[in-house]
Ligand binder design. Sequence first.
Ligand SMILES: Cc1ncc(COP(=O)(O)O)c(C=O)c1O
Length: 374
Amino acid sequence: MSRPPAGLLREATVDVGAIADNVRHLRRLTGSEVIAVVKADGYGHGAVRSAVAALEGGAARLGVSDITEALALRRGGIDAPIVAWLHAPSADFTEAAARGIELGISNLDQLQKAAAAASADRPASVHLKLETGLSRNGIAPADYRVVFAEAARLERIGKLRVIALFSHLSNASADDDRAALRAFEEGVGIAATLGLAPPLRHIAATHAAIALPESRLGCVRIGIGLYGLSPFDDRSSADLGLRPAMTLHGAVAAVRRVPAGTGVSYGYAYRTDRDTTLALVPLGYADGVPRQASGAGPVVIGGRRFTVAGRIAMDQFVVDVGDAPVSVGDEVLLFGDPTLGAPSATEWADAAGTINYEIVTRIGPRVPRRQVAE
Ligand SMILES: Cc1ncc(COP(=O)(O)O)c(C=O)c1O
């Protein structure tokens, strides 16, 4: 960890070595091939750099939510297999198919559109998504037979290649996930009777890939674990053998000595109770620092931990550092790798009443990302 380069107020560093190591670790742990999920700009880490790092770590393919994200990866020079699974009602799959994007298919209409997008010499590649209890997208059990039969027919005439059957789990409880897994296996069985035997099946994301071995099925879709964060309430990144990839830090923008009784930031939600020093941190909710963590978010300055004093504003917040010798330009660590002395993204999530996924994904565009490889 280092301070932001001179002249920068704020910065997020992304350790691509950590991303590659996390993939290696999860491949070993699960004994499965990894689909690295780099949607939402690689959970805020940068989609292309996260994809490159994940592939370097041995990921077999990439997963994104939508076609726009998939095409951006292609434009960024990524030629690995990519699957995209959430489509607009009027989605046109022509460009996606032409660029070799694999399509997650949730209904008959999408299946037929995918087949229509195939070219004479290249079938469209699809992953059929089965609804197994999450109540989001996916082929409804009542439609399995019709959609599978049509997929098998389209495969026979060379319009489609069915690469996978897949689904997604709720993580509500191990029992709920096992029930979904059983529903999935039933769907796989029905598909087989109708002539579909795709090479891949995948249902586990990070949580189940780690906690529910029977859900691994030889292929897991890893999102949050890629970035070194834990999806569990009671297990840290280090507990899981993962390294957080993102460090968010800023440089102290102003320091002010104030008397007891001084009101701090909007609404005076915090007042000093003694003569003290206030340090101004140039990151705010426009940068993704959640306002809900006002008065609660942790920071480290000069190796010491402090808590946000008062309200987080759009561009800045204040820290009461007492008599600590803090100077303008000093590094303020918001989150990073706790084993290196930083607060964790999970602590910020707890302070804001949310999850670590949201903390990293919402870091705003005003925060420059700098790639590092530790
Ligand atoms: C369909 C699907 N698969 C996999 C993932 C990755 O999940 P996680 O980040 O928990 O590993 C997501 C993320 O939300 C998803 O929507």
